[in-house]
Ligand binder design. Sequence first.
Ligand SMILES: Nc1nc2c(ncn2[C@@H]2O[C@H](COP(=O)(O)OP(=O)(O)OP(=O)(O)O)[C@@H](O)[C@H]2O)c(=O)[nH]1
Ligand SMILES: [Mg+2]
Length: 489
Amino acid sequence: MTVGLRLHEAVWGLLHQALHLYRDNPRATAHLRHQLARLEQPLRIAVAGPWRSGKSTVLNAMMGEEVAPVGGADGDGVFTWYEDGTQPRATAYSVSHPPQELAMAKSATGMRVDLVGWRAGELRDIVVRWPTRALRQVTLIDTPAITEAGQHGRTSVMDRVLRDADAVLYLTRDGRGTDLRALESSRESAVGQAAPVNVIMVLSRVDETGGGRIDALLTARQLARRQHRDPRVNALCVNLVACSGQIGLAGRVLSESDFAALAQLARVPRPELEPHLLSADRFVRGELPVRLDAEVRAALLDRLGLFGVRLATTLVRTGCDSRTKLSAELIRRSGLTELRESVNRFFVDRRDTLKSRSALAAVETLLRTEPGPGTGELFGTVEQILAGAHEFQELRLLGALRGPGLGFDTELTTQARRLIGGDGMDLATRLGVEHDATVQQLWEAASEAQWRWRDRAEDPLLRLAQRRAAQVVVRSCEGMLAELVEGGR
Ligand SMILES: Nc1nc2c(ncn2[C@@H]2O[C@H](COP(=O)(O)OP(=O)(O)OP(=O)(O)O)[C@@H](O)[C@H]2O)c(=O)[nH]1
Ligand SMILES: [Mg+2]
C-alpha cells in the first residue's frame, strides 16, 4: 500500500481497480458497486449464534425496546434488519415475490410485525425502519439460529452473516466446542486471518448459570475475562463479554408499576420470600405474604425470570429505592453496559476500519470465485493492504497484548493498549490525559509517548516482536500528532 494512504482510501481505490478488471462482468460489477455504496452506509452489526442463545433478547436490550420477536417461531430463516428511519415501517423481501409492506402493531415497549400469510421459508429479509437513537450509527441484524456445522465446519447462515455484516456479536452459552468451530470458519480467508477484528463473543443468558446464586452475574463476568485469555478464544474475537439480555432488557423497559410491584415484594423479609422464589409455579400460584395479583406476578416473571425477581428485590432492599436507580443497577449488573461500551469501542469507533475490512473480504471472495487475467495481481494488492494498513496492525497488536506472548510488563502493556486505542479511540483517552486537556497538552503527551516508544522500537536489547510492537505504537503516536495538526488548522 502506498505509504501515507489511509485505509479507507486504499480500499476505495481497490474497489475501482476491481471494477475496471471486471468491467465486462455485469454481476461482478453490480456486486462491487454495492460494496462501494456499503462503505458509506451505517455499520452493520449482526447478532448471531445457536438456537435460543438469546439473540433477539440481546438485540432488544441493545435497542432498549421490544422490537425483535423473542422465542423464535415467526419467520424461520429470516434476517431482520433494524435501520434508522423517520417513520416506523417494515418491508418483506422474498425470493418469489416483489417487496411487500408489512403491518406493524405498536405496544407500550416496542412493536410487532405481522407475518400472517407468509409461509415458513418464503421470506429472506425483513427490513424494519424504526426511529431511535440506537440506530443512528448502526444497523442491527437479527439472524436465524446457526445450526449444525456443515461439511467444512461452516453453515450457510454463518456464511451470510459474515458476508452481510461488518461486525458480529456472537452469542454462546459456554464459548466452547461447536461455537468456536463456527467462528473459526470466519478465519478461513486472507482477510479473516489478517484481521480477526470484527467479532465480540457474548456469553449469553448468564443469569441461568451459577445455580441461581445472586452473584452469578459477577462470577460470569470474571469467567469471561479469564476465558478471553485462552489463546484459541482470543484469536477469534476482540472481546468476550458476559451478558444476561433478559435482565438488561428488563432494566431498560422497567415501568413504574413493575417497580411498585417489586418494591412491595421487597418489603417481605427475605427468609419469608425466598421459598416462594424457588419455582415459577410457587411464585405465580402460591400464597404470597403480600397482595399481588397473579397476573402481575406472571408479568414480573416473564420480564425478569426467577433469578431477576430475586436480584431486583435484593437490590430494592439494599438501596435501589426508585425505578431509575433499580433500572440502572439491573442494566449494569446484567453486563449490558459493558456490552454496549464494547460495541462502541471496538465497532462503532472503528467504523471505517470495519467497513474497509468488509470491502476487502468481498473483493477477496470475488477474486477467488471469478478468477481470470489480472486477479492474481489484485489479490496481491488485497494482501498488501491487509499487511500494511496501520488500523489492522493496531488491532492485531491489541490481540497480542492480551496474550502472554509479547512479554511486555503490565505497565508497558497497559500503556501500549491505551495508545493504540484499546481503551477508547478519542485522543484524551489514548494519551491518558484529562478530557478537557488543551491541544498543547495533547500534543506534549503524544510527542513524549512517541519518543519513548521510538526508543523501544530501536532498543537492541528487546526482542524483534517487541520492537515491531513498539513500532506500531510509534505510528499510532504519529497518527495522533498528525490529527492534532489537521485539527489545529
Ligand atoms: N433466563 C434467561 N432467559 C433468556 C435470556 N435471553 C433469552 N432468554 C429466553 O430464551 C428464549 C429464547 O430467547 P430469544 O431471545 O428468542 O433467543 P434467540 O437466540 O433469538 O432464539 P432463536 O431466534 O429461536 O434461535 C426465550 O424464552 C427468552 O425469554 C436471558 O438472558 N436469561
Ligand atoms: Mg431470535
